[in-house]
Write a protein that binds this ligand. Structure first.
Ligand SMILES: Cc1cc2nc3c(=O)[nH]c(=O)nc-3n(C[C@H](O)[C@H](O)[C@H](O)COP(=O)(O)O)c2cc1C
Length: 337
């Protein structure tokens, strides 16, 4: 069956990414590295390296090694609070990375412009329509909307609400700017539906974890396969004075320990034994290295098993190419029904 309608629906997205399919592999710290990124790009989608806390030298090496494994386009995701952000942007430009994804809060106009001056296209996250407008005015070439169904650090609003708020608005005001939808997507029918609403493409993270090419530890993949949608819960904040950045992950021992730690720290803060900064630091430190512990070292009890609600649809470990061809045929069948 022809996928002509799919090709037409996501043409703005495929033209922008330079790919066959407008599917981005969402950057995932530690695992969106050369193997997974090149496999996603080689399958006709768009792989994205997660820089996370990497140093400039580490990122340089990762880009060079990825370029050896694929001649297809791929992007780099940088977290805007990285202390060496400018140097990281520059190294991406020097190595001719085509697309930069800026995550972790609203990027400064200067950062977006710096990336564009070295020839890169810039993709930013927009958590609301007005912020989409602000980011586009700052120079963003495309936006990603990521709903709270997603794995990892999340915002408060669901994908379907963000899609209704932002896609028609951007298409009306900025018809050249592609919108990619992320959060909770695991089937082609959903991809096609968002495209029919006017999205130009999608971004998936959770669906690419259980692939042969992903270096996630076997324990991490096994827990994904066992888990249901309801198991991927949001971290809870106990004290309104001590904010916690919400993270969606599979509930485990660490989830409970984190809540207990917050209760203890909150008592110490309320008794005057800790000031606010000390209390905040104690809470933030709990998760330092937690994703690495789970995804690389395999400690899925005490580490952070970040996963989106679509984890319930992950049934086995497959090659990336198989995941992609299933998505494409589901989308095609849905559109041609
Ligand atoms: C294990 C894991 C790690 C992630 N790490 C990052 C990250 O470092 N930077 C980022 O921008 N997004 C990160 N994300 C979010 C993904 O890039 C993607 O947007 C998200 O997974 C899409 O939603 P889905 O999980 O429902 O497919 C992470 C997601 C997961 C599951």
């Amino acid at each position: 069956m022809s996928n002509k309608s799919l090709e037409q629906l996501w043409k703005k997205g495929t033209d922008f990414l330079g790919t066959d399919h407008a599917i981005m592999g969402g950057a995932m710290s530690w695992i969106s590295e050369r193997n997974l990124v090149s496999a996603i790009s080689n399958s006709g989608c768009f792989g994205v390296i997660a820089c996370g806390a990497m140093s400039v030298d580490m990122l340089r090496e990762e880009i060079i090694e990825t370029q050896k494994l694929t001649d297809k386009p791929f992007g780099v995701n940088l977290i805007t609070m990285h202390p060496d952000l400018d140097e990281l942007v520059d190294i991406c430009g020097e190595l001719k990375v085509t697309h930069l994804v800026l995550a972790g809060g609203l990027p400064k106009t200067a950062t977006i412009q710096r990336a564009k001056e070295s020839g890169m296209k810039v993709i930013c996250f927009a958590p609301a329509a007005l912020l989409a407008k602000k980011i586009i005015k700052s120079g963003a070439d495309a936006i990603v909307i990521e709903g709270s169904e997603a794995g990892g650090h999340i915002g408060p609003v669901s994908t379907s609400v963000l899609a209704q708020e932002i896609i028609p608005f951007v298409n009306e005001e900025y018809p050249d700017i592609p919108v990619f939808v992320a959060g909770g997507i695991a089937r082609g029918e959903t991809i096609a539906s968002y495209l029919q609403m006017g999205a130009s493409g999608v971004q998936l993270g959770t669906a690419f974890v259980c692939t042969d090419e992903c270096i996630a530890h076997e324990n991490f993949k096994k827990l994904f396969i066992k888990s249901k949608a309801k198991d991927a819960t949001i971290s809870v904040q106990i004290d309104p004075d001590l904010p916690v950045i919400p993270v969606r992950a599979i509930e485990n021992k660490a989830t409970i320990e984190f809540e207990n730690l917050q209760r203890t720290v909150s008592d110490e803060y309320r008794n005057g034994d800790l000031d606010k900064t000390e209390a905040q630091l104690k809470i933030e430190r709990f998760w330092a290295g937690a994703l690495r512990n789970a995804v690389i070292d395999g400690d899925v009890e005490k580490g952070s098993v970040m996963a989106g609600q679509s984890v319930g649809m992950v049934k086995s470990v497959q090659p990336v190419s198989e995941v992609v061809s299933e998505l494409i045929s589901q989308a095609g069948n849905f559109l041609n029904r």
